[in-house]
Design a protein around this ligand. Structure first.
Ligand code: PGA
Length: 247
């Protein structure tokens, strides 16, 4: 089973989401055994996703960020408990844009993972290196640091969901080469299985300038268990083509 996820970032009004979901509902979706499609939507669209859930077919949805607590004096933050109550089943954790713009630390992200799991939400932890880090040969060290601290409080019996997104390939049109992707995905799979001893299934998605034209090739690389798609997920037909590439 492959996971194909859409990251809508800070795009789309509620009206645009409604019309997207209407188009989406006309597509014949694959069975969830073949592909699980997930929409990571902006916060103001949670209730739109909830009220239009019959249009989702087999697809699931989630938030782009949660706070580690379910309620309290945390102005502007998102409650994982409420998210779950509204019908979501996922949350992104530690997208590189939040790590860079909002300075989210690995240990803070670790608390979010624990809280997501405690609320029966699947956390998709984003990891990846910058171009200077790759050029300095720091890929393995960087991934290990992000995974070890980010997953330090995670339940080892549950499935693990990771998105490998090299920062230099996000929104730039530069896709990592097959060798780059193979290397990173192999490192992540090996580390989670051998060093962190996760017992459940492990899914490692690739993200960074994925399009309908390159999706099939990327999905054929060993250790790529799905895709996280930004720009090319904003139109339903383009995202649908990417989902079809997984079948
Ligand atoms: P992109 O974004 O597909 O536009 O490169 C991916 C992401 O940021 O998750």
């Amino acid at each position: 089973m492959k996971i194909i996820a859409a990251n809508w970032k800070m795009y789309k009004t509620t009206q645009e989401v409604e019309s997207y979901l209407k188009s989406w509902s006309h597509f014949e979706t694959a069975s969830p055994q073949q592909v699980t499609s997930v929409f990571f939507v902006p916060n103001w669209c949670w209730s739109t996703m909830q009220s239009n859930s019959p249009l989702l077919n087999n697809s699931q949805w989630g938030a782009q960020n949660i706070y580690p607590q379910n309620e309290g004096a945390f102005t502007g933050e998102n409650s994982p408990h409420v998210l779950k109550q509204m019908g979501a089943s996922w949350t992104l954790v530690g997208h590189s844009e939040r790590r860079t713009l909002i300075n989210e630390s690995n240990s803070f992200l670790g608390q979010k993972i624990k809280s997501a799991q405690g609320n029966q939400l699947n956390p998709l932890l984003c990891v990846g290196e910058s171009l200077p880090e790759r050029e300095l040969g720091q890929l393995q060290a960087k991934l290990t640091e992000q995974l070890s601290t980010g997953l330090s409080l995670a339940d080892k019996s549950l499935p693990v969901y990771i998105a490998y997104e090299p920062i230099w390939a996000i929104g730039t049109g530069k896709v990592a080469g097959p060798q780059d992707i193979l290397e990173a995905h192999s490192l992540i799979h090996a580390y989670l299985k051998n060093d962190m001893l996760f017992k459940g299934p492990i899914y490692v998605l690739y993200g960074g300038s994925v399009k309908p034209e390159n999706a099939k090739e990327i999905l054929s690389i060993k250790g790529v268990d799905g895709l996280l798609v930004g720009g090319a997920s904003l139109a339903p037909d383009s995202f649908y083509k990417i989902c079809q590439a997984a079948i």
